[in-house]
Design a protein around this ligand. Structure first.
Ligand code: ATP
Ligand code: BTN
Length: 317
């Protein structure tokens, strides 16, 4: 496995947004100029944009506000463990690998994910430092059945957090996305472990686009949005706090207290939509959700409920 220590140290040095010469960096790390080039190559592989100008050295194209455990703890002193792991394959996988050692609310956050994933085996574009990649563990005492509605509750909690921090008109899209100005801003991926009839372990993954530039078009193949510059450490702290509150309420009272809140945030409420269900397309007007978390679709004056992980909702202009 590659040792990431020095490339990460290099990022900390460059995070000030100033030029640093190859000579200066070589002396600092006690390596050759070729060694410095190797670290720079690693940074580029992680999706960091750098300029390299002869005679001046290297400079990040945009300064970075790095994730910092102490700052997160300062904003929210939680009983839950919040781990900052700069480089990881997937924050969801990291928590899934150790569910039995976790307590509800334990979380982790990364700067870069090499194997970030979305729903149904899709990839998630996760370059270093410019977005938020976050996962939280939650124990479902009532088993897998209690997971119905979970992504909707998480969507509400994330939207509320982002609205409170930025004042922007963030919306939710059934069942697992956040939208800004009709474009995808964030995605939620809930993965479950556990046997039917037993307690279940949920890992709730959240990816929020903040300052992403030129994403790989083979991965990000629909209209997408950035939230903009934000204090990411404060965002993590507020997210943990608001998710824990919402999930505790959901645990005690189910989805019912969230239904009207969802409708206020619903990007497609009363708009024409299409549901893509495998090979089929179903058209109608979105009429919110019911108490089980199913999407309500009005077709020829009749309201039908749709539920299931295979359904993708899109606007139908
Ligand atoms: P659904 O409506 O079924 O959730 P979806 O197209 O949003 O469909 P997801 O698996 O939920 O599919 O999310 C992956 C999609 O999200 C990608 O295909 C891409 O178009 C979009 N997207 C937006 N931002 C990103 C990002 N940072 N990385 C990857 N995909 C992104
Ligand atoms: C989606 O819209 O498909 C959900 C995307 C979820 C992405 C996040 S980023 C943090 C966590 N780790 C992952 O590998 N995926 C989720």
């Amino acid at each position: 496995m590659r040792n990431n220590h020095n490339p990460l140290k290099l990022i900390e040095l460059l995070a000030d947004g100033q030029f640093h010469s190859g000579e200066e960096l070589a002396v600092l790390f006690g390596i050759t100029r070729a060694g410095v080039n190797k670290y720079i190559k690693t940074l580029r592989e992680w999706g960091i944009s750098l300029s390299s100008i002869q005679g001046k050295g290297y400079c990040l194209d945009a300064p970075l506000d790095l994730l910092d455990k102490q700052k997160i703890d300062h904003y929210y002193s939680s009983t839950s463990h919040i781990e900052v792991i700069p480089i990881i394959d997937s924050t969801n996988q990291y928590l899934l690998n150790k569910v039995t050692q976790l307590s509800s609310g334990d979380s982790c956050v990364a700067e870069f994910q090499s194997k970030a994933r979305g729903r149904r085996g899709r990839k998630w574009f996760a370059p270093f430092g410019c977005n938020l990649y976050f996962s939280m563990y939650w124990r479902l005492e009532q088993g897998i059945a209690a997971a119905m509605g979970l992504s909707l509750v998480v969507g509400i909690a994330v939207a509320d957090t982002l609205i409170q921090l930025t004042g922007q008109p963030i919306k939710v899209k059934w069942p697992n996305d956040l939208y800004l100005n009709d474009k995808k801003l964030a995605g939620i991926l809930i993965e479950l472990a556990g046997k039917t009839g037993d307690i279940a372990h949920a890992v709730i993954g959240i990816g929020i686009n903040l300052n992403m530039a030129n994403p790989d078009a083979t991965i990000v193949n629909q209209a997408w949005a950035n939230l903009g510059v934000i204090n990411r450490n404060l965002l993590v702290a507020n997210l943990v706090k608001s998710l824990k509150q919402a999930l505790t309420e959901f645990e005690q009272h189910g989805l019912a207290p969230f239904v009207s809140h969802w409708e206020r945030l619903d990007n497609f409420k009363d708009r024409k939509v299409k549901l893509i269900i495998g090979e089929n397309i179903v058209r109608g007007k979105a009429r919110g959700i019911n108490q089980h978390g199913a999407l309500l679709l009005e077709q020829d004056g009749v309201i039908n409920a749709y539920i299931g992980g295979e359904i993708s909702l899109r606007g139908d202009n």
